[in-house]
Design a protein around this ligand. Sequence first.
Ligand code: AMP
Ligand code: MG
Length: 518
Amino acid sequence: MTQEELTYSASTQNARSILPADMISVEEACERILAQFAPLDAAPTPLLEARGQVLAEEIRAGFSIPPLDNTAMDGYAVRAADTEGATYDSPLNLSVSGYLAAGSVFDGEVGPGEAVRIMTGAPIPAGADAIVPFEETDEQDEDHVATPWDQSPRESVRIDVEARPAANVRRAGEDIREGDAVLAAGTVLGPAQIGVLASLGLGAVQAIRRPRVTILSTGDELLRPGQPLEPGKIYDSNTFSLASLVESYGAVARTLDIATDTVEALTARIHEGLADADLIVTSAGVSRGDFDVVKDVLEREGEIGFWTVRMKPGKPLAFGTFPASDGRTIPHLGLPGNPVSAMMTMELFGRAAIFTMLGKGATWERPTVRATAADRIRNTDGRRFYARAFVELVDGKYIARLTGPQGSGVLTSMSLANGYAICPEDVDAIEPGEQCDVMLVDREAPLPEPGALIDGGGELSDESDIAVTLQADGKRVDVWGFPTEMIGRSVLAMVELLKGVGVPKSVQINIRRRSNDD
Ligand code: AMP
Ligand code: MG
């Protein structure tokens, strides 16, 4: 019996199966597979376990963040009006009326002429409206770390720079306002979203649960890694590469022992694998000319279609369903046995199925860039060729190099790749220097183009982490904000500016970190 006959007889025996005898496109295979999948149900999920999962509820803020106005700097809480006119040449003094660490609320009030020593994050005491950072007081040279307040209380503080109202104050609700819709249902929970949930005090959220995927390798030639190598045998790499891919997509992989090529062994393993599974993935036994028991068992136990997909590697593919003992119908993805083909079909079809179950919609599609091929990418037989490539950004352009021999058994071609360069079905070859699409994979992503330097100077912007105050003859000439890396240029800018002011008797340049927003 030929492959075509076998496929045909299976399709006529089983009307629900979708069993074309001819090749189908990658897109069609994907569409048919995805028709069997939907997002799974939601479950309460502890925050740290939810990373990569999809939020199944809307999150609203029960309170504002920060809850109270608080200080962005270590320093002194003052009435801004009390600091008017303070300069390095003619500073003024305020009496210190208290101390406040982050985590406490000051129960008194900052009266006229008074200051409260305050640490970053502590709520602004009543009466105060600005923070003078240590760097603008006589504490600028002191070692704050080793000087607990209760051991060396101060009676007064020298203020060297006048404070604007609201200087260094972080406003209540600056981040989140009470009642705000903070995260929408459907949001993928990454590290930042999980941080936001924690900042709202939530220990667990409703998230779409992770699919459970059973992985089964089949073949008499296979040995588990760790066993001694025997003549004629190879190690089972598919179980490990496929389980790792499955876990990297956000599903939970369960691996079974290798099934030998007997009807009994394979049947038993498949039934074992169905329990508790949302998807069962097998590898091997689906290729043309492979008339072993795998196909027989798959057909007898489930409703399986054997497809020929117009792609390389990965032409033979089986897809269908198995009835589980609890009445559920479990989708089955039968991947080819060759290690690269198994991984590539998992990348294209398994990933799409798992992302769909995770509720991530079409985000399974990998980002694709246009790259210049450094090597010839040859299409041997009119199938879409996914060549394993390493993509690099050179002078702002992507260059794709093949990672060595491209045989379906050459697994190192995968391990060296950070992209799949695509030679379309109707193109014989992409020649060196020609453009091609490269699907980027998560491994060692190429570095982004170096961003243009932020131009500093003129005003304090959000990018400025260094503030430079220039005073000539006791008068403030200007204040600039600079990103740290621009400090050299800032000094040059000041020299230019001073030329315009004339030659002062004294020049004071005060450079400080702007805030503790580190
Ligand atoms: P098959 O589809 O059974 O004809 O397998 C195709 C090729 O893939 C053969 O060379 C197998 O030895 C190889 N192969 C099958 N399963 C695995 C596996 N789990 N790990 C590594 N190679 C495999
Ligand atoms: Mg085999």
